[in-house]
Ligand binder design. Structure first.
Ligand code: G16
Length: 544
């Protein structure tokens, strides 16, 4: 390692004084102006990770659902999954090291992780559409180059596209071709095959209005349109030509505020969906004849996909282990429906798809979704092989047809990470195949009214949680106060947790009526404000 060159380059990407960052739920996130040094360090770290794993590593420059002025970065591991937890700690140490400590930290990581410095390193880089992303991705390439790593810059891509590309490169094309075109070809071929048997879309039912959060999703959907059949009519809105990224639009806005993007025109019954800024989340919604808004979030998506897969597995006569993985944000009704009506085992993990992904890997088929619309389905190698074999060799026509649909479903799903485009195509295919309208899908179960709020505190790390973030351990007395408040309302539940992507504490509450959920969320917010060092004005009610 040429430490002198590292030191020289590091001076060009100087660490801003007083900024201390942590590799959080999805990498580093903060104001873009504070990230140049972190980006450089992540270039260095990716080279070490690549040498250690003898694989291509990905670096995505994005702050996903955060506002335009923020940015962020995360590393992608060899099979397209999130960075291993031990390396998250290395990332935090490296990013926070002062210039004179850099050499010691790099050496220590190499020793601890047995990095073979003689091995070559290859890194692929992608970025979202933020105005700060291009320059920051150049800081990443400086870090990669100074340690002698090779790289390929894929430029503007969705986060899931880069995850897909990393996986393709490391599986030598088995997962698909490692290009954005390869991604379009793989998904569109599976979508066309899957919807061949559907009758409904021939009547023009596959018509969808898409809010792209003024982000990268719009660009990529427009490119992908050429690969998709004309029967899928996409009206792409919030495409970045007018509005600001994630501002009053996008999956996070729609989910949290439980209303359509501002200025989004919707006809009654029209099927609509929203992506987030880097197109790794999706939620669906519609308004009914009375003008009421209905949200179909990640829980409803998980339920739809699980129902579809379970029916096919029964038809194909396949016996596999199957589970749904949710987080504490999952609506109580969804968990009850999955467990009691669908008889599907449900597990609860900590927020962050990295946690859900690992749990889902324990099953032949693991469906994981966060309520915010971030999720996917994982198939074990054994289950995938069984399905592919049956799709080819099965003598029973009915079973073979079911296996073929399962096989195309596997190809349509981006198994590396939650992917708004892939999830959207799968949902469209399922609705077409099952001849289901969105109100019919919505009617599977009724959500308990719920409310999410954010509270500003001086240091959100004063809140520590346990039991998959459903209970607060610190500060003292907080959980007891929450328990007392929850007792006031029927069917109520509430929890608080520090966000890993924004400088806030998140509050979630659900109850039998919207008014109760709103009151409970507000009361819990006040408790957080008082016991966890709230700053600024005390939280206002959800209605205000
Ligand atoms: C990221 C993570 C998600 C997580 C979300 C919010 O999403 O990938 O798993 O649910 O942040 O996390 P937190 O509540 O800790 O801020 P995205 O879409 O922003 O990458």
């Amino acid at each position: 390692m040429d430490f002198e060159a590292v030191a020289n380059y590091s001076r060009l990407h100087a660490k801003p004084p007083g900024v201390s960052l942590q590799y959080g739920t999805a990498g580093f996130r903060t104001k873009a102006e504070d990230l140049d040094h972190t980006m450089f360090c992540m270039g260095l770290l990716a080279v070490l990770r690549s040498k250690q794993t003898k694989s291509t590593i990905g670096i995505m420059v994005t702050a996903s659902h955060n506002p335009e002025e923020d940015n962020g970065v995360k590393l992608i591991d060899p099979l397209g999954e999130m960075l291993a937890a031990a390396w998250e700690a290395h990332a935090t140490r490296l990013a926070n090291a002062e210039e004179e400590e850099l050499q010691a930290v790099l050496t220590d990581i190499c020793q601890k992780e047995g990095v073979d410095l003689q091995h070559s390193a290859f890194v692929v880089i992608g970025r979202d559409t933020r105005s700060s992303s291009k320059k920051l991705s150049q800081s990443v390439t400086d870090g990669v180059s100074v340690l002698g790593g090779q790289y390929h810059d894929y430029g503007l891509v969705t986060t899931p596209q880069l995850h897909y590309i990393v996986c393709c490169r490391n599986t030598h094309g088995n997962y698909g071709t490692a290009t954005v075109e390869g991604y379009y070809q793989k998904l569109s071929k599976a979508f066309v095959e899957l919807t061949k048997q559907a009758t409904s879309h021939r009547d023009g039912h596959m018509c969808l209005k898409i809010d792209c959060a003024n982000g990268i999703g719009a660009l990529k959907l427009k490119e992908m349109q050429y690969y998709l059949p004309g029967s899928l009519v996409m009206h792409i809105d919030n495409d970045g030509t007018k509005g600001r990224l994630n501002h009053l639009c996008g999956a996070d806005f729609v989910k949290v505020h439980q209303k359509p993007p501002v200025g989004f025109e919707m006809k009654a019954g029209e099927r609509c969906c929203s992506f987030d800024g880097d197109a790794d989340r999706i939620v669906y919604y519609y308004i009914d004849a009375a003008g009421r808004f209905h949200l179909l979030d990640g829980d409803k998506i998980a339920t739809l996909i699980s129902t579809f897969l379970k029916e096919l597995l029964v038809k194909a006569g396949q016996t596999v282990t199957f589970a749904v993985i949710q987080t504490a944000y999952a609506n109580g009704s969804s968990t009850r429906y999955l467990e009691e009506t669908m008889k599907v085992p449900v597990h609860c993990g900590k927020t962050g798809v990295k946690h859900l992904h690992h749990k889902a890997q324990e099953f032949d088929i693991g469906v994981y979704f966060e309520a915010n619309g971030h999720g996917t389905v994982l198939f074990s190698k054994a289950a995938e092989e069984k399905i592919r074999y049956q799709a080819k060799e099965e003598k029973d026509n009915r079973k073979r047809e079911a296996a073929k649909i399962l096989e195309n479903t596997i190809d349509l799903i981006n198994q590396t990470v939650g992917d708004a485009i892939s999830d959207m195509l799968l949902i469209e295919a399922i609705l077409a195949l099952k001849n289901l309208t969105v109100p019919q899908w919505d009617a599977m179960y009724t959500d308990l009214p719920n409310r999410q709020l954010k509270v500003k505190v001086a240091d959100r790390r004063v809140i520590d949680t346990t039991d998959a973030e459903r209970r607060a351990v610190t500060p003292p007395g907080l959980q007891e106060e929450i328990d007392d408040l929850v007792k006031k309302y029927p069917l109520a539940r509430a929890f608080v947790r520090p966000s890993g992507t924004e400088d806030v504490v998140r509050v979630y509450a659900e109850a039998d009526m919207q008014e109760h959920a709103d009151n409970l969320a507000h009361e819990v917010s006040l408790v957080v404000y008082h016991l966890a060092g709230g700053v600024g004005e005390p939280p206002k009610t959800a209605a205000s």
